[in-house]
Design a protein around this ligand. Structure first.
Ligand SMILES: Nc1ncnc2c1ncn2[C@@H]1O[C@H](COP(=O)(O)OP(=O)(O)OP(=O)(O)O)[C@@H](O)[C@H]1O
Length: 285
């Protein structure tokens, strides 16, 4: 049976005249990793901030385990953990102290904070850095600490706002494994990212959002299949044009045709990045 952990129904948000969200709806199923993808200013962070109780929506409804958030904000905060885009840890304090402050804000007992701190530092591979000040940690380790801080009060839903921004490719991959490990423990995850490879590797389903509206929701595999199997990137005097083919054989005959015309042509598999580019082109962004 599919259990909807989170339901977002016709959510709207205006900042003065500007409509940041124009009625978005989606749901998160228990244990899934769902990504919100879209260009700058699409409304991804606004959605996460509303879910975390940091901004109020203009209208619409949010339900957690079928229970409306209206009037239940404190209860909702116990169910949700937010990992913000900016690393807002206290750099002068140790890893342990940063977690302690978070636990106290969530009114956790000292003994529970201690137990959970040890458990999460172990999970993040930070056990031996418990007493290190955050300013002594690398960017990747700070990100891990930021993620486990959001998990300290044992939320069932984790909101990750661009969790690997600014990290090098090998650290990014380590964070991906860490996120999958957290999902493997049963946490439902809502992620935003500008890295399409990240979304393709991690997500069970993705929603493309543009100008405050959801364009389409599906699995990465289905989105990619919708374009075909093989892409040809053709560089000519017209610039770069990518062509999509349903199989390798037709792509190969296309390759010969375009190469004959003195273009530079390369053949590759279709990725979620192609889907992103196609959809944003269609939307005229
Ligand atoms: N506090 C605010 N006051 C006024 N406008 C805002 C505020 N926060 C966001 N906006 C506007 O709302 C729209 C959606 O912004 P949001 O930050 O949610 O987009 P985003 O998809 O997260 O973008 P990015 O990928 O750049 O982080 C944008 O037009 C933005 O300028």
């Amino acid at each position: 049976m599919i259990i909807n952990v989170l339901e977002v129904i016709n959510l709207r948000k205006s900042y003065g005249e500007r409509e940041a969200l124009k009625g978005i709806s989606f749901n998160l199923q228990k244990g899934e990793l769902f990504s919100l993808l879209g260009p700058n200013g699409a409304g991804k962070t606004t959605t996460l901030r509303i879910l975390a109780g940091l901004t109020t929506p203009s209208s619409g409804e949010i339900k957690i385990f079928g229970k409306s958030l209206n009037g239940n904000h404190l209860w909702a905060k116990t169910k949700i953990g937010l990992v913000p885009q900016q690393i807002n840890l206290d750099l002068e304090l140790s890893c342990e102290e940063n977690l302690l402050i978070h636990g106290l804000l969530f009114k956790m007992e000292f003994s529970a904070i201690r137990k959970k701190t040890d458990e999460l530092l172990e999970l993040a591979g930070l056990k031996d850095r418990k007493k290190s000040r955050v300013k002594e940690l690398s960017g990747g380790l700070r990100r891990r600490l930021l993620i486990i801080r959001a998990l300290l009060h044992s939320p069932e839903i984790l909101l990750l706002d661009e969790p690997t921004v600014g990290l090098d490719p090998s650290i990014r991959r380590k964070i991906w494994s860490f996120i999958k490990q957290i999902q493997g423990q049963g946490t439902t995850i809502l992620l935003t990212t500008h890295y399409m490879e990240e979304a393709e590797v991690l997500s069970d389903r993705v929603a493309f959002i543009s100008q405050g509206k959801i364009i389409e929701i599906d699995t990465p595999v289905n989105f990619i299949k919708g374009l075909g199997e093989v892409a040809l990137d053709v560089f000519s005097e017209k610039g770069l044009i990518t062509y999509y083919f349903k199989d390798k054989k037709t792509a190969e005959s296309g390759f010969l045709q375009y190469s004959e015309r003195n273009n530079f042509v390369s053949m590759r598999k279709i990725t979620l990045e192609d889907v992103f580019v196609k959809l944003t082109e269609k939307e005229g962004i």
